[in-house]
Design a protein around this ligand. Sequence first.
Ligand SMILES: [Zn+2]
Length: 185
Amino acid sequence: MIIDANTETRTQRYRGVSYTRPIDAAKEAVPVIDLADRLCGAGGLRRIGQEWVGRCPLPDHEDRSPSFTVNPEKNVWFCHGCLRGGDVVELARLAWGYDEREAHLAAALLLLEFGHEVPQRPPAWFRKQERQRHTRVAVEETKKNIVRRRLFKHLILPLLNAIEDEEEHSRELERAWSEFQRLMT
Ligand SMILES: [Zn+2]
């Protein structure tokens, strides 16, 4: 297990800032060496100069000679065997078999794996959702009202039309409409 002072400060810095995207948050919160260490297993990485070297942990690369390198200083990894490299999210993505469009999922999993919270969607996103929800509710309500009026017209009005007295007709109409609405809600 490799623990350096950087891990601690990185984590603290991350906690103080609210990130809106899991990819940014994961890059900030999880040092590439921590993930590499976990993927390569105990004693899987050896220090050579500035770098840590081991067998490539990516599932589609059967690495016989240690080709996988991590540079903790630059916080990047590179494999000289399969010629892939990048940041911590890229390593997680390839190691756990997510495709390129799913990098945010790999990032979210990475955060969870290392005990960090996955950032929430920004408040603007929730506000937009809320606005859309209100619109949907309003549209549904309008549809219901149209159906209600249509049914009333076809089912109830013909019955009331039999009432000749105008006053009685409007009184019955009012009563029928309010009863009908109660029925329909
Ligand atoms: Zn490789």
